[in-house]
Design a protein around this ligand. Structure first.
Ligand SMILES: O=C(CO)COP(=O)(O)O
Length: 157
């Protein structure tokens, strides 16, 4: 089995104003909307993005400005994953539904894998999202470790 791993870690500093992705599967959308309503004043201070339907609901029901990407089953999870790989996302709030298999389950798994790999803070439910948004790091710069992509590439040529 290939067990290659990045040989070194690099430093990444998250900005004080965070780029936050908000995503919910259909069975969890009302829960996310309720949660976001409670946190809307805090959320307004950051840059928000989301998969198509989730972003549309947040804008329509709460008046939040949310950059809407493609709907999840059409590639939205992959777009958020690409933001992570490019260090353009700081926090992921993803209420995925443990009771409903999704047609795009491989995309969901890929997104969660990239978030873990790149050390992105993730909340999968309302309680973990409460903890994340009440962290003092939310409104401060924050230093963290990520895989050193250059060291990884040069170790493999
Ligand atoms: O399916 C999703 C995440 O996997 C969410 O997509 P929508 O926000 O477009 O419903």
């Amino acid at each position: 089995m290939n067990d290659a791993r990045p040989p070194r870690q690099a430093l990444r500093t998250l900005p004080a104003q965070k780029r936050i992705a908000l995503i919910a599967h259909d069975g969890k959308k009302s829960e996310l909307l309720e949660w976001a309503e409670r946190w809307q004043e805090t959320l307004r201070q950051h840059h928000l993005m989301g998969t198509g339907t989730t972003a549309g609901r947040l804008t329509q029901q709460l008046g939040l400005t949310v950059e809407g990407l493609m709907s999840g089953p059409l590639g939205g999870d992959q777009q958020i994953g690409a933001r992570i790989a490019e260090q353009k996302l700081d926090i992921l709030v993803f209420f995925w539904d443990p009771f409903a298999p999704q047609p795009h389950d491989p995309d969901v798994k890929a997104l969660l894998r990239l978030a873990t790999l790149w050390n992105v803070p993730v909340a999968n439910n309302a309680a973990s999202a409460d903890f994340l948004l009440s962290s003092p790091y939310l409104s401060e710069r924050y230093d963290m470790s990520i895989p050193d992509a250059n060291a990884w590439a040069s170790a493999r040529v």
